[in-house]
Design a protein around this ligand. Structure first.
Ligand code: ZN
Length: 190
């Protein structure tokens, strides 16, 4: 019997909303290696580039808006990533080392997971029906191979705008944004 588990999960209880117009500090766990922190920063840069948000990775948080990003073995039982929108916001990721011993695979999984969960940090509580979206619910097969989205879809933009009504940054974000691998990150344009 195949037991289907959500690839990504978000807890809807205790919802709070961050102000995406203001800096949001992402604080990685003390056990995170430099390459992991760098990937978290790359994922944050993608959102900043596309939607003009102000996610920033720091180990010395100064913003009142802080997000703790850490690994959790427990959440691996039912998801690869979970964002709890309380105060402070907590992002829990299933360690990618459980999926593969290959660093390249671990990097891809961490990048895709971080990219997705940061959407929840930016107040998105739902998933896109478009499987190509950053905010897609993900497959239920637990595949080690996690495709990297090409970019943000119309579904992602709709979810972001619905989650952040009235947010009109100046200058606006770049559109389209291409999500790249080797190295992981985003560039303005295709
Ligand atoms: Zn999700």
């Amino acid at each position: 019997m195949r037991v289907c588990l959500p690839l990504f999960a978000v807890l809807l209880a205790a919802c709070s909303t961050l102000d995406v117009a203001q800096p949001i500090d992402l604080v990685a766990g003390a056990d995170w290696q430099p390459w992991e922190i760098q990937l978290l920063g790359s994922a944050a840069q993608c959102w900043n580039l596309r939607y003009a948000t102000k996610l920033q990775v720091t180990q010395s948080p100064r913003s009142v808006q802080q997000v703790a990003v850490s690994y959790s073995d427990f959440i691996c039982l039912y998801a690869r990533g979970v964002t709890e929108p309380g105060l402070p916001v907590q992002v829990y990721l299933c360690p990618s080392r459980y999926a593969s011993e290959l660093r390249s695979v671990q990097e891809r999984i961490l990048f895709v997971l971080a990219l997705h969960e940061l959407g929840h940090v930016l107040n998105i509580r739902y998933h896109s029906d478009d499987a190509n979206s950053v905010m897609a619910a993900g497959d239920a097969e637990g595949n080690v191979y996690m495709p990297v989205p090409d970019g943000f879809t119309d579904g992602d933009t709709r979810l972001f705008n619905e989650a952040n009504p009235g947010f009109e940054p100046s200058p606006p974000g770049c559109s389209p944004v291409a999500i790249h691998t080797f190295p992981f990150g985003c560039v303005c344009g295709r």
